[in-house]
Design a protein around this ligand. Structure first.
Ligand SMILES: *Cc1c(COP(=O)(O)O)cnc(C)c1O
Length: 546
C-alpha cells in the first residue's frame, strides 16, 4: 500500500491531457499536480475525464456554445480497470484511467454518459451523480491501485464523497466509527474557494436515497450522514466541515472573510494558503531563463533567498526585449482566433495592449472600463492603444451575455474603439498564456471582497505586465502601493481611479525609469506569493503539523 498526497477535484484544467476546465479552480488543480511533480512529491490527482466539452464561438457579435466529444485514447491514458457505483437504482460502470508523470499521477473516472463539466444545475441529479461517481468511484480506483490517501485534499465541497467513501471503507473493514472518523479528519483538508455558504446548492434526502446511501457499506456511516439533514435537505459544506479536520481559504483576505458555520453554529476558521501558479507552465521560457540567470529563481522553480537583489538586473531594455518575445507568442495565438468583427489581429512591438481576461461574471466587472466610452477612448487614442477583452460567459448566463453584446454594440458605434477594442471568444489556457506574455497591462477589478484569490494576475505579474487591480483576492496579500491600485468609495470613484491608473501605465511604459521601478517593485512584492512551490510548501507545513 502506498500513501501519496491525494487531491480530489471535479474540475481540472489541462488541455494537453484532454481535460478542459471552466476557470481558476481547475487551473489551480492542474498547476498543483505539476508543482508536486517538480518537487518530487508522491502525489495523485483524481478527477473526471469528461467525454464532452463546451467551446464558445462568436458569430455576428453573438456567443454560441458548441460541444465537442473527447476521447481519452487520444491523450495517452492507460485503462486500469472498471469500478461500479450504484445510482438511481442502477449499477453504473466507470472506467478508471491513468497517466503517470514523474512522482505524480493523474487518475480519471469516466464513462460515455458522464457528460460535461458543470452540466445541469448545481443541486441537480446529474451533478450529484458526477460528484458521487468521482468520490466513490475515485476512492475505489485508489484501492485497486493499492493507494491510500496520506493526505486527502478536497478541492471544494463537491468532492466530499471521496472523504465519505474513505470513512465508510474504514468502518466497513472493522474499524470503530469514532476511530475511523479521527483518522479521516486528521488526514482530510477542505480547500474553500467560495465566500458565502448561503449561496451553495442543497441536496434532498430523497436524492441521497437514490445516489449516495446505496454506495455505503456501513450502516453506522449512513446513520451519521442521515442525521446531518435539516428539513430533509443538506449542504455539502456542512458535512465537509464535519469530516475535514483542516480547512483553508485561498488568500489571506479570503480566509478572513469567508463566512462559514458548522452545523453546531460555530464560525469556521480557515487557514490562509494563497494559491500559486506553476511558473514553468505560465512564464515565457526567455523570462524564466532570465530569472534563473540573475539568481532570482532556482532551476526547479522556487525563489532564491536573495531574489530581490537579482531584480536589479531587470532593466527597461530587458523588459522590452522579453516582451518582444512574448508578443510573437501572442500573435501566434491570435492568428487562430478572430475578434468580434472577424478581424485576425497582429500586433507590432510598438503597439500598446491592455487586457482583461477572466470569466465573464458579474463580480469581476468586465464592464467597468466601458461605463464611460469617451473616457476610455481618451486614454487609448493618444497612444493608439488596444484593449483586449477575453473571458467566457457561463453557459446560460443571459445577463452577462447581454452585457457583453451591449458593450460590443456600443464599441462598434465608435470609430476608434471599433478597431481598438477586441473581444476574443473562448478564453482558455492558450489565450490566457498568450495575453500574459504578450500584452503590456493587465486589468483586474473585482468588487472588493468577492474574489477568493484569482491567478490570472499572477501570470501577468510573472510575465512583466503592469498590474492594475482592486485590492482583493490574493492581490491583497501585499500592500496596495506595490501595484497600480484601483480604489474608491463608490463605483464612480473606482472607475475614475481605474482610468487614472491606465493613464499612468501608458506613461510608465514610455519612461525607462518608471517602467523599471514599477516592475521591480511589483515583482519584489508578488514573486514570493505567486510561486506554486511556495503554495505547496505552505500546504505541507499545514498538513504535517499535528
Ligand atoms: C489562469 C486562468 C484562470 C484563472 O482565472 P482567475 O479569474 O484569475 O481566477 C481562468 N481560466 C483560464 C483559462 C486561465 O488560464
Amino acid at each position: 500500500m502506498r500513501k501519496p498526497y491525494t487531491y480530489f477535484t471535479l474540475e481540472f484544467y489541462d488541455q494537453e491531457n484532454g481535460i478542459r476546465g471552466g476557470g481558476g479552480l481547475g487551473v489551480l488543480a492542474a498547476d498543483t499536480r505539476r508543482v508536486a511533480d517538480q518537487m518530487g512529491l508522491p502525489f495523485v490527482a483524481v478527477t473526471p475525464f469528461y467525454p464532452r466539452e463546451s467551446y464558445q464561438v462568436m458569430r455576428d457579435g453573438k456567443i454560441f456554445d458548441e460541444r465537442r466529444d473527447v476521447d481519452y485514447h487520444d491523450f495517452g491514458f492507460e485503462l486500469v480497470d472498471t469500478v461500479n457505483i450504484k445510482c438511481n437504482g442502477e449499477l453504473c460502470r466507470l472506467e478508471v484511467i491513468q497517466k503517470t508523470f514523474g512522482s505524480t499521477r493523474l487518475i480519471c473516472i469516466t464513462e460515455p454518459n458522464f457528460g460535461e463539466l458543470y452540466e445541469g444545475l448545481s443541486g441537480s441529479d446529474h451533478r450529484l451523480y458526477q460528484e458521487v461517481a468521482l468520490g466513490f468511484g475515485g476512492y475505489q480506483a485508489l484501492k485497486i491501485l493499492f493507494l491510500e490517501p496520506a493526505v486527502l485534499q478536497l478541492n471544494e465541497v463537491v468532492t466530499f464523497f471521496a472523504a465519505l467513501a474513505f470513512l465508510d471503507d474504514l468502518v466497513a473493514s472493522g474499524m470503530d466509527f469514532y476511530e475511523a472518523m479521527v483518522l479521516v479528519r486528521r488526514s482530510t483538508l477542505y480547500t474553500n474557494h467560495t465566500l458565502i455558504q448561503a449561496a451553495e446548492a442543497e441536496f434532498s434526502s430523497e436524492q441521497f436515497e437514490r445516489y449516495v446511501y446505496p454506495n455505503l457499506k456501513s450502516g453506522v456511516v449512513r446513520r451519521w450522514l442521515s442525521e446531518k439533514f435539516t428539513d430533509g435537505r443538506v449542504k455539502l459544506s456542512s458535512v465537509t466541515l464535519e469530516i475535514a479536520g483542516k480547512r483553508n481559504g485561498v488568500s489571506k483576505l479570503h480566509a478572513a472573510v469567508a463566512d462559514y458555520h458548522t452545523l453546531g453554529g460555530e464560525k469556521v476558521e480557515f487557514r490562509a494558503v494563497t494559491n500559486g501558479i506553476d511558473m514553468k507552465k505560465w512564464v515565457l521560457p526567455e523570462t524564466l531563463t532570465f530569472y534563473h540567470k540573475c539568481g532570482i529563481m532556482s532551476s526547479i522553480g522556487s525563489l532564491t533567498p536573495d531574489f530581490r537583489g537579482g531584480l536589479d538586473n531587470l532593466e527597461a531594455d530587458k523588459i522590452r526585449e522579453l516582451k518582444r518575445h512574448g508578443r510573437e507568442v501572442l500573435n501566434e495565438v491570435l492568428a487562430e482566433r478572430s475578434d468580434q468583427n472577424g478581424a485576425f489581429l497582429h500586433f507590432s512591438d510598438d503597439d500598446f495592449i491592455f487586457d482583461f481576461k477572466r470569466r465573464f461574471v458579474g463580480y469581476k466587472r468586465p464592464d467597468l472600463p466601458f461605463r464611460d466610452l469617451l473616457g476610455l477612448r481618451a486614454i487609448l487614442e493618444p497612444r493608439g492603444a488596444h484593449y483586449i477583452l477575453a473571458g467566457r460567459v457561463h453557459t446560460g448566463d443571459s445577463v452577462m451575455a447581454g452585457k457583453l453584446s451591449k458593450i460590443l454594440e456600443a464599441v462598434n458605434k465608435d470609430g476608434y474603439l471599433k478597431t481598438h477594442v477586441h473581444y476574443i471568444a473562448d478564453y482558455d489556457e492558450k489565450l490566457a498564456y498568450g495575453l500574459s506574455v504578450g500584452s503590456n497591462v493587465a486589468i483586474n477589478v473585482p468588487i472588493v471582497g468577492l474574489e477568493a484569490c484569482g491567478t490570472s494576475w499572477m501570470k501577468d505579474v510573472a510575465n512583466l505586465n503592469l498590474l492594475i487591480s482592486t485590492h482583493d483576492g490574493g492581490v491583497a496579500d501585499v500592500k496596495p502601493d506595490n501595484y497600480l491600485n484601483v480604489a474608491g468609495d463608490s463605483e464612480e470613484a473606482e472607475l475614475e481611479s481605474l482610468y487614472a491608473r491606465m493613464e499612468e501605465a501608458v506613461a510608465a511604459w514610455d519612461n525607462d525609469f518608471d517602467l523599471e521601478f514599477l516592475m521591480q517593485k511589483q515583482l519584489a512584492a508578488f514573486l514570493p506569493i505567486i510561486s506554486g512551490h511556495r503554495m505547496m510548501k505552505n500546504y505541507l507545513d499545514f498538513l504535517l503539523k499535528a
